[in-house]
Design a protein around this ligand. Structure first.
Ligand code: RUQ
Ligand code: CUA
Length: 619
């Protein structure tokens, strides 16, 4: 599979670096008048570290959220090349997603979603390469199967959840994908006046159950929370396994112009949920059913949730690889706070509370914090390396700070262009992060690329974290909008390249061109079609206006890369079928005439001959 680069490639690489060095040295000035301040030798080293020679493969996959594009984008690291787009919540003509019956049914009534946090499935706190879960603000969670990089399930909208931002974080053995509502709303959702917000609106945290064998998601349980805005989450691990953490802002319970009204208090909260206790309480029958889901009320079931006070308007919460520290970043501060999990447990045991919020105990800040780390302005998210170092993104400072867990010393900073949001380290959310690479996922990119008009790309910057000093290696431009990404070692994934014939149990699949054809039952017409180089069988289909046609296309190829498409002119039908796959599309033929269909996906020298006619006679 993965080959070592040949001597020729090494020479090619050496040559490219020298050529690059010369080119940089000789360039009269950088584009758009910007000066390249970095020494040429540093650039050559950076180029070498990110260079993946032709024919060689990247060391990591990066799965980046595509925000309101509704997609997930796959990049190779360190090359930062865009390898693939996985459509999740949005139709994507390139793979026919959202056009065939199966994916159309998954999308339901939506044609968009807002993806924020990809979450790779884990076993013992380590990415296991099986599935990727991603959330959508419209209260949904999707599962992508990493065997074929396809979306297999979209669950939701989940009842009672309003604005599913704080998701789709998995627990260390993928027992659950966790979510929380960003916008509190009445639960159940019946109209209530906005001025009753503080008492009548509720937040929700929810656990989506994941089947350990199939990955199939189902409704788990929910907890009724005070009407705060729940923002980000992370599951406890090792020392803190069994707990889940969510940040919340607007603990002022304000409405209206939140930029003013929700930043009044000096502290907001991190909610700490004992999910094993919650699970048990549900099993013991302590939940009420609201909107079809088991919902726990912490007033009636004490001990399942606590509030940890945190710096003003926190955004990210991140648990260290050993689970001993919970890092909460108040985005309106110059520090990030490290909470000591042992101290949190002691405070819970000793009931060391400063008060409560709707019956949920609030722990004493001074009793549970270990340090306020002076990372810089606007801390958002933290990732970890293998050696006790933490990396925090600073939105206001537009930089990444590197600091040490335990000594709390800030040791290095690297500027980001511009205004970093999330950041993602290689295997950075696991119990054993790799270090090596860190990608800054920036919100803006002004001036770092050829101008493409007002709709500017997002910038993602690759940083080398293998040495004491961080080094910026590469500017890449990602599809909107990479809120978060996770980076997994490439050799953990073993994607298939064809669907094995013996696994295809589709009732309308046909594997021989002799079996392709049209059958009629009243006005219901079933077409079993075979796609194989270089014919779509049958080569013509005769129907009558008013018929409902169910077309099942089986691509009988078992060869890598041999995809076939089916585009039907005038009918807005576009299906792409991978080798060994069967897909169906159902449509009503409503106007008489002759409509060509053809293979949309280049497949052979005779791809252009792969065509036929749908003849619709008047009834
Ligand atoms: S957010 S920039 Cu949607 Cu994850 Cu933090
Ligand atoms: Cu089949 Cu082109």
């Amino acid at each position: 599979m993965r080959e070592k680069p040949s001597a020729l490639l090494w020479w090619g690489l050496a040559f490219s670096i020298v050529a690059l060095a010369i080119a940089v040295a000789c360039a009269p000035s950088a584009p758009q008048g910007k000066k390249v301040a970095t020494a040429v030798s540093d650039l050559a080293v950076a180029a070498q570290k990110t260079y993946v020679a032709p024919g060689d493969l990247d060391e990591y996959y990066m799965f980046a959220s595509g925000g309101h594009s509704g997609n997930v984008y796959v990049y190779g690291v360190p090359s930062m090349r865009h390898l693939s787009t996985i459509p999740v919540y949005t139709p994507y003509p390139a793979t026919g997603y959202g056009f065939d019956d199966e994916s159309k049914a998954m999308l339901g009534r939506f044609t968009w979603g807002d993806v924020h946090h990809p979450s790779l499935s884990e076993t013992k706190g380590d990415y296991d390469g099986r599935w990727l879960f991603v959330n959508d603000m419209n209260g949904r969670v999707a599962r992508i199967d990493l065997r074929d990089f396809k979306t297999k399930q979209i669950l939701g909208p989940i009842p009672n959840i309003s604005g599913n931002h704080a998701a789709a974080f998995v627990t260390p053995n993928t027992e659950y994908s966790m979510m929380a509502s960003r916008f509190s709303a009445p639960v159940p959702n019946v109209p209530k006046p906005i001025d009753s917000y503080a008492s009548e609106y509720k937040g929700i945290v929810a656990a989506i159950k994941v089947d350990p064998a199939s990955g199939e998601m189902s409704l788990g349980w929910e907890i009724l929370m005070p009407p705060f805005d729940y923002d980000l989450g992370d599951a406890g691990k090792v020392a803190s396994e069994g707990w889940m953490f969510w940040t919340s802002y607007n603990t002022e319970r304000a409405t209206g112009q939140l930029e003013v009204s929700a930043s009044q208090r000096d502290r907001d909260y991190i909610a700490a949920v004992d999910w094993r206790a919650a699970e048990k309480a549900v099993a013991d029958g302590k939940a009420d059913t609201i909107g079809g889901v088991k919902v726990l009320d912490p007033k009636k079931v004490p001990g399942i949730v606590y509030f940890m006070p945190c710096g003003k308007s926190p955004h990210g919460v991140d648990v260290s690889p050993d689970g001993k520290y919970v890092i909460g970043s108040g985005k309106l501060q110059g520090v990030t706070t490290a909470f000591n999990w042992e101290k949190v447990q002691t405070a819970i045991r000793n009931q060391d509370f400063s008060g409560d919020e709707d019956g949920i105990p609030v722990l004493k800040y001074e009793s549970i914090k270990d340090a306020e780390v002076p990372v810089g302005l606007g801390p958002l998210h933290t990732q970890f390396g293998p050696d006790g170092y933490a990396y925090t993104s600073l939105f206001v400072d537009s930089a990444i700070a590197k600091w040490k867990l335990g000594t709390w010393e800030v040791v290095d900073k690297v500027p980001m262009s511009y205004s970093i949001g999330h950041l993602s380290a290689a295997e950075g959310d696991t119990v054993s992060p790799d270090g090596k690479y860190l990608v800054g996922l920036n919100k803006l990119s002004h001036g770092r690329h050829l101008s493409v008009g007002p709709s500017q790309p997002e910038s993602s910057q690759l940083v080398d974290i293998s040495e004491e000093k961080m080094k910026l290696l590469y500017d890449a431009f990602t599809e909107p909008e990479p809120h978060y990404a996770q980076i997994i070692k490439a050799d953990k994934l073993h994607p298939i390249e064809v669907y094995p014939k013996e696994e295809n149990h589709h009732p309308l699949a046909v594997w021989d061109v002799k079996d392709a054809g049209v059958t009629r039952n009243g006005n219901q017409v079933t077409v079993k079609m075979v796609a194989v180089r270089s014919t779509l069988w049958p080569t013509s289909i005769a129907v009558k206006a008013g018929d409902v046609v169910k077309l099942a296309i089986t691509n009988i190829e078992q060869t890598t890369d041999e995809l076939h498409g089916f585009g039907l002119l005038d009918y807005n039908i576009n299906v792409v079928v991978d080798p060994g796959e069967t897909k169906t599309v159902t449509f009503k033929v409503d106007k008489p005439g002759v409509f060509p269909y053809y293979c949309t996906n280049f497949c052979s020298a005779l791809h252009q001959e792969m065509q036929g006619y749908l003849v619709v006679d008047a009834r």
